[in-house]
Design a protein around this ligand. Structure first.
Ligand code: ATP
Ligand code: MG
Length: 184
């Protein structure tokens, strides 16, 4: 199974993202079901590793927090291959991301060499017309979502296919109230 850990987005936030999806010919815009915020990519693992990962992720305690999407950007510089929405800087998100990363490395998964760049991918691109990209980035620079509460993170499976990846929530992990404990 191909796995990654991510946050889901509430409907209102997803809808606001879908309003900025347009204006770039040839872009493959992510559907509602594809929108997510990756905390940590894991990759291909077997059933035994999946069970170990699940156990490690279950033991994470961290507080729930508020998040707000803000701004847009692209990956690929002169040859953009993705458009994304960014985030207002969040200490709590960084904190959770570090805990998730540590838990995953502890059960023997290789380190992720990339620096964590929190984003929500909005589109995949192939040889897009550069002026349209610049226009899209300028036009949507001030994009801001409503603030929303993050009270869980999820283990997702990813199924690659020709018409875009399908993601499935395999497991969910609750975040606690302010002291980090999950209320019972
Ligand atoms: P595709 O690879 O077909 O373009 P995808 O990238 O959405 O689709 P995956 O490659 O399975 O699907 O990735 C799942 C999630 O993990 C995505 O949010 C992706 O951006 C992220 N991701 C993939 N590879 C890495 C990586 N090496 N480092 C960090 N994040 C990654
Ligand atoms: Mg990929």
């Amino acid at each position: 199974m191909r796995l990654f850990v991510a946050l889901a987005l509430p409907d209102a936030v997803a809808q606001s993202l879908m309003l900025v999806q347009g204006g770039v010919p040839g872009a493959r815009w992510q559907t509602r079901d594809q929108l997510h915020l990756t905390l940590r990519f894991i990759g291909e693992v077997d059933g035994r590793d999946t069970a170990m990962l699940d156990e490690a992720l279950s033991s994470i305690t961290a507080p729930a927090f508020e998040l707000q999407l803000h701004g847009v950007g692209q990956f690929g510089n002169k040859q953009p291959h993705a458009l994304w929405a960014g985030l207002r800087p969040s200490e709590a998100l960084e904190h959770l991301q570090r805990k998730v990363d540590t838990a995953i490395r502890r059960v023997g998964q290789p380190q992720d060499s990339h620096k964590f760049t929190p984003h929500v991918t909005l589109a995949r691109l192939r040889n897009p017309p550069m002026p349209k990209i610049v226009e899209w980035l300028t036009y949507n620079a001030l994009y801001t979502s409503a603030a929303f509460r993050v009270d869980a993170f999820h283990l997702y499976s990813s199924h690659l296919s020709h018409d875009g990846s399908r993601y499935g929530q395999e497991q969910s992990y609750e975040l606690g109230d302010d002291d980090g404990k999950v209320a019972d």
